[in-house]
Design a protein around this ligand. Structure first.
Ligand code: ATP
Ligand code: MG
Length: 361
């Protein structure tokens, strides 16, 4: 798998055309005309390079002053000025960067909508894209299903880690982690019995998520639907991205909308919330477009209702991303590319990837 540079364009559609022609391999993550917004996005997303239209005028400074300031603030991001020199002449060109650290909480206020299915597959895809630098943690401590989804029922669980946490170094987590062989995903399973869940406290969650982020970088968390859970609150505090799972079911949608509203009130930035429509069916009364309209938010990905593939996947303990030729697998890769824009996709899914880009208007 080759790594594609994530490029943010500060300009208009003409700049976009030039970048597409000159740099067919680049992954354009956004097109913005406002340089203040570019700074904001650069601090929120993984961006390898920005391409700036020479004619853009920053507020209160010259473009060169703005570039100087930007280079200082984001030394890892290459800056190319368009309309002045060939696009290949970089003002500043460090090596392209792959996303290294992110804590993604997969949640829904509704039970049974596919949180575990999505978190397992998303984490598995991330692990495949990064050669094992991802971990999946089951924080559905009462009735976690990750061990079943990955056929890992016999090994250590989160419960064995708890007494060690205060003294543990990041590498120490390896002893309590299982590897899901085919994707090299690291997995911390939930308690084997529901009564053990009472042992898991918010301090444990905080310490565990922090250690896991330092150990592997990419952390994916499966959760229970209970919005009042302190454990969920702690995970959301630690999250850099939230994947909200909804379906076309009216109740799931209504609760999803309430959840979005709560996230906004909590001050969580809209750009770090990714809504995935799971179990999509063309026959459902509410179309994908209507769902977006109702939620006032673009969907990060739409996962088809695919009983045949999903049931086979759960039965075999093998995530659907390992069944590469299915639309279901492609929809998960699409979700990964929205949630973690710097990660490389396998070739087959580049073809399937009808990019839904991050746009501000
Ligand atoms: N895209 C899909 N197509 C078909 N079946 C699916 C799909 N996604 C999930 N399922 C099925 O739906 C059921 C619920 O999925 P899952 O366990 O992931 O939901 P959940 O939100 O984690 O549930 P809980 O709230 O109980 O933890 C499972 O039987 C799963 O196989
Ligand atoms: Mg679940």
């Amino acid at each position: 798998m080759t790594q594609r540079a994530s490029v943010l364009i500060a300009g208009d559609y003409r700049c976009e055309q030039v970048v597409k022609q000159e740099r067919p391999d680049a992954r354009i993550v956004g097109v913005l005309k406002d340089l203040a917004l570019v700074e904001y996005v650069a601090s929120e997303m993984i961006v390898d390079e920005i391409v700036v239209d020479r004619h853009l005028a920053p507020r209160g400074e010259t473009l060169d002053e703005w570039i100087g300031r930007f280079n200082k603030a984001f030394p890892q991001i290459a800056v190319t000025v368009l309309g002045e020199s060939p696009i290949r002449d970089k003002v500043h060109a460090p090596a392209a960067k792959v996303i290294t650290s992110q804590t993604v909480v997969v949640w829904s206020p509704k039970g049974g909508v596919g949180k575990t299915f999505i978190s397992v597959n998303l984490a598995c895809a991330a692990s495949m894209a990064t050669q094992g630098k991802a971990v999946l943690i089951d924080l559905d401590v009462y009735s976690g299903d990750i061990a079943t989804y990955l056929d890992l029922s016999g090994g250590p669980t989160i419960i064995e880690i708890l007494p060690e946490l205060p003294r543990l170094r990041p590498e120490g987590l390896d002893r309590y982690t299982q590897k899901y062989g085919p994707s090299r995903l690291n997995v911390i399973c939930g308690p084997r019995r529901p009564e053990l869940s009472a042992l898991v406290g918010i301090d444990h969650v905080r310490q565990l998520l922090s250690l896991a982020a330092r150990r592997w970088g990419l952390v994916y968390v499966d959760t229970a639907p209970d919005i009042t859970s302190d454990l969920l609150g702690e995970a959301i505090d630690a999250a850099s991205a939230i994947v909200l799972v909804i379906t076309q079911d009216v109740c799931a949608l209504k609760q999803g909308k309430v959840a979005l509203d709560i996230f906004r009130k909590l001050g969580i930035q809209d750009s770090s919330i990714h809504v995935v429509l799971n179990r999509h069916s063309k026959d459902a009364p509410l179309s994908e477009g209507k769902v977006e309209e109702y939620l006032e938010k673009k969907l990060a990905s739409v996962v088809p209702d695919d009983r045949k593939t999903v049931e086979k996947s759960v039965f075999q303990g093998k995530p659907v991303v390992l069944f590469p030729k299915t639309e279901t697998a492609s929809s998960i890769w699409r979700l990964l590319s929205e949630v973690s824009p710097g990660l490389p996709l396998p070739d087959a899914d580049k073809r399937h990837n009808k990019t839904r880009r991050f746009r501000f208007w």
